[in-house]
Design a protein around this ligand. Sequence first.
Ligand code: HEC
Length: 87
Amino acid sequence: MKRLVPLTVCLIAALLVVGCSAGTDGASLMKSKCGSCHAIDWITDASADTRADWEGTVARMETKGLVVTDEERATILEYLNAEYGAE
Ligand code: HEC
């Protein structure tokens, strides 16, 4: 029974590491999804965009080959608007 405790702790730690490295927060999702075709500078320099502009930009990127789930798109838009939005 005593050996179960460290085992459980290891399991939880492993799950946390996997969960974090998967990068589901806005910043790392944006870097991994948007940085594959062009520099992140292209995005971070476009600082005067409204949320509608960002939606248009991301939709345009999808026509170029960006692949995101609805959830990922929402997370990225949230992040872009908060960090690089005009409002
Ligand atoms: C499949 C490749 C690809 C991916 C993935 C991609 N882009 Fe782009 N992006 C392009 C290309 C090609 C251009 C240049 C042509 C253009 O602007 O239409 C560009 C240009 C841009 C520009 C500068 C032009 C403008 O109109 O402001 C921004 C900003 C941008 N991308 C944002 C993003 C964001 C945000 C993501 C992630 C959600 C992303 N891109 C993912 C291919 C991609």
